[in-house]
Design a protein around this ligand. Structure first.
Ligand SMILES: C[S@@+](CC[C@H](N)C(=O)[O-])C[C@H]1O[C@@H](n2cnc3c(N)ncnc32)[C@H](O)[C@@H]1O
Length: 226
């Protein structure tokens, strides 16, 4: 189940960014961006913010030559931070509209329109694959295929880093995430709450680090090595 708000969040980038901004308060802030808004023409980041968008980048070693894939990059919400670290960033998304916005917002990256479950890349192409709040959009079988694809395109020793929803460990956060999922998400997000992602990644062949939980456990960051 979802509501019209979900459609709006995909149609209007300013709306998506405002909702992300609200959600990000739980982890300490979000960049003030206005890439898709008719009222703004630039993509600004306020000092001290952007924490949500950089949660999955913490502890990673990314230099200017590191080959990075931002999987399901949307309008470049995290790509904007990745291009500050590496000169070799590719964003992949299935939505031509999102990619058009990403190209405008973060022109320093290359972009590819494709499905994450069937990526047009050779084996062992990337040092790092990142994905932010996208896996909860996938059906179970699709999720498995995507994780297998990530494993295929990563170099041996490469790192897959992700941030997505998690079942809250702090009961105070339960109402917030339930309302959010009811308004904006579909059954796949509820399925992800029940999915043991570390176990699935391990089954696929990754070496999985201890997940880090944020916002009362309603967000998880996992870093997994191939
Ligand atoms: C919730 S948005 C997340 C965007 C961005 N990563 C962020 O952090 O805000 C999910 C993105 O996944 C993309 N997407 C959904 N299913 C996909 C698939 N099977 N293959 C590639 N992209 C997909 C959507 O087009 C959308 O841009």
């Amino acid at each position: 189940m979802a509501t019209i708000l979900r459609n709006w969040s995909y149609r209007y980038q300013w709306f998506y960014d405002s909702i992300s901004g609200l959600a990000a308060l739980s982890v300490g802030g979000e960049p003030a961006r206005c890439g898709g808004s008719p009222r703004c023409s630039d993509w600004r980041t306020r000092k001290g913010e952007g924490r949500l968008r950089q949660l999955a980048l913490q502890g990673l070693t990314i230099s200017k030559d590191t080959k990075v894939l931002d999987l399901c990059c949307g309008s470049g919400q995290v790509t904007q931070f990745l291009v500050k670290l590496s000169q070799n960033v590719t964003g992949l998304d299935a939505s031509p509209l999102s990619l058009k916005r990403a190209q405008q917002n973060v022109p320093q990256a290359k972009y590819v329109e494709a499905f994450a479950e069937d990526m047009p890349f050779a084996d062992h192409e990337f040092d790092v694959v990142h994905t932010s709040v996208a896996l909860h959009e996938m059906e179970q079988q699709q999720l498995r295929q995507i994780l297998q694809e990530v494993n295929r395109v990563l170099k041996p020793g490469g790192v897959f880093t992700l941030v997505d929803f998690h079942n809250p460990t702090n009961p105070l956060f339960v109402p917030g995430i339930w309302v959010f999922l009811l308004l904006f998400e579909t059954h796949t997000a509820w399925q992800l709450l029940k999915t043991d992602l570390p176990a699935l990644l391990t089954e696929i062949g990754f070496e999985v680090g201890e997940p880090k939980l944020y916002a009362g456990g309603s967000l998880q960051v996992i870093q997994a090595k191939k």
